[in-house]
Design a binder for this molecule. Structure first.
Ligand code: HEC
Ligand code: HEC
Length: 402
């Protein structure tokens, strides 16, 4: 049912785009310009954040208790690039979510501030505001405000490595005179503006602005520019959207090429989790511990290996792939799906993923002929949005001021 709806909404968007008369105009405008707010300026009413999201794309949902303002976004951007957010001062959020690396980190598995190797790979923050649940397979974390507490205070593994009470973090922020005006502008009604809750709200607000909808594929599909992508990418698109062949759209669906999304008019969509046959270890648990996916939360054998289907926007920039970075290239990913699940011939992880009992039926395998693999890669590359990755509104605001 949900899958049907995703397909339907993809169709509605496609049709919508054809009807939007102004479809071409938005392409020239910069996305998500953060109004330059002079910190410290006394303002009675905070300036609302001005979205710049072209039709036909919806705005993301925003929690009622954390409305978007330009000042909050500006504060969140400062925090995102501040190494004082890690216990030993070594790591920023941006170190693991780097714009030029598609807001991921280029590693198979992330490495925390104290050297802890994270069991999983860093995720892109592209269009993160629309996700119905956060992290690779965590149905319980459903807001960005809640997600932020994981990297800040998590202990298994340590990411930023702050003590759970947040006292040291707040002390550091309070002693930098540049933060006080940023916080009071962002939270003018709050007498104790420098709090963990407000740090989380500001980081969430900044992350909600990370919206990518201006790739060559968008110009082609929604902007009426027939030459925006190559013939190879057009052939790859056909394979991607063919149920018999790639079948990719069944899980990476809609305009975000992801599992179902939430947006301003739909805040109820639930996250979906799929097993793609990446592993098939013998014994009871077919995926290597601790990455057993949704099963970690439910304990159900049928949930082993089920993960969220992430957005494929900017995917060419975020190698290596999958929850544990175990596929190095997009070609490897395509071979995994074409085989209907990966076979690992030897070693502790040997097994035929194709035969994983939990594998989603949509991972049925398909024959790659001629230029098919290269065509699919060209299509995925057409989802790279250079205006997003290079957007100065998302860059380090401390540069030259440290
Ligand atoms: C050590 C590297 C590292 C640091 C530092 C880090 N992250 Fe992450 N981030 C990750 C990894 C790994 C995941 C996947 C977590 C999982 O699945 O358990 C992730 C996931 C996320 C997600 C979920 C994305 C999605 O689509 O579900 C968000 C949001 C996020 N991080 C934001 C932040 C913010 C904000 C900070 C700074 C406060 C931060 N991260 C610091 C590595 C890092
Ligand atoms: C049954 C649902 C399903 C289908 C069909 C599917 N995917 Fe996926 N995809 C997922 C899930 C779930 C993940 C994460 C899996 C994991 O990490 O173990 C994923 C991960 C990926 C990734 C890596 C994302 C990242 O950030 O590392 C790429 C690339 C990808 N898929 C491309 C494709 C392509 C191309 C196709 C079609 C040939 C396809 N997918 C078909 C569900 C699906």
């Amino acid at each position: 049912m949900r899958r049907g709806l995703t397909t339907l909404s993809a169709l509605v968007f496609t049709l919508g785009a054809v009807c939007v008369a102004s479809a071409l105009r938005w392409l020239d405008r910069p996305v998500a310009t953060v109004a330059s707010v002079a910190p410290g300026r006394a303002s009675a009413k905070p300036e609302p954040y001005v979205w710049d999201i072209p039709a036909p794309f919806p705005r993301p949902p925003v929690p009622a208790d954390n409305p978007m303002t330009a000042a909050k976004v500006l504060l969140g951007r400062h925090l995102f690039y501040d190494a004082r957010l890690s216990g030993n001062g070594r790591l920023t959020c941006a170190a693991c979510h780097t714009p030029s690396l598609g807001f991921a980190d280029g590693r198979e598995q992330a490495i925390g501030s104290t050297g802890d190797v994270h069991p999983r790979s860093s995720m892109t923050l592209t269009n993160v505001a629309y996700n119905p649940a956060y992290n690779w397979a965590d149905p319980t974390t459903t807001t960005l405000e809640a997600q932020v507490l994981v990297p800040l205070f998590g202990t298994s593994p340590v990411e930023m490595g702050h003590a759970a009470d947040g006292a040291e973090l707040l002390q550091r922020l309070k002693t930098d005179p540049r933060y006080r005006p940023l916080f009071t502008d962002a939270f003018p009604d709050d007498t104790a503006a420098i709090s963990v809750r407000n740090v989380a709200r500001a980081l969430a607000s900044f992350q909600r602005t990370l919206i990518s909808v201006r790739s060559p594929y968008d110009r082609y599909r929604y902007g009426g520019d027939r030459n925006a992508i190559s013939d190879a990418a057009k052939r790859g698109e056909v394979i991607f959207f063919s149920g018999q062949r790639g079948g990719c759209f069944q899980c990476h669906g809609g305009w975000n090429f992801s599992g179902g999304i939430r947006h301003e008019r739909d805040t109820l969509t639930q996250a979906a989790f799929f097993n793609t046959g990446l592993y098939n270890l013998p014994g009871g648990t077919s995926y290597p511990s601790p990455n057993t996916g949704l099963h970690v939360h439910t304990g159900l054998p049928g949930d082993v290996g089920r993960f969220r289907a992430p957005t494929l926007r900017n995917i060419a920039e975020t190698a290596p792939y999958m929850h544990d970075g175990s596929l190095a290239t997009l070609e490897d990913v395509i071979d995994h799906y074409a085989a209907g699940g990966r076979t690992i011939a030897q070693g502790p992880r040997a097994g035929v993923g194709h035969d994983n009992p939990n594998k989603a039926p949509a991972v049925h395998g398909f024959e790659l002929r001629g230029t098919d693999r290269a065509d699919l890669v060209a299509f995925l590359q057409s989802l790279t949005d250079s205006t997003f990755l290079g957007n100065r509104a998302f860059s380090d605001p401390w540069r030259g001021r440290r």
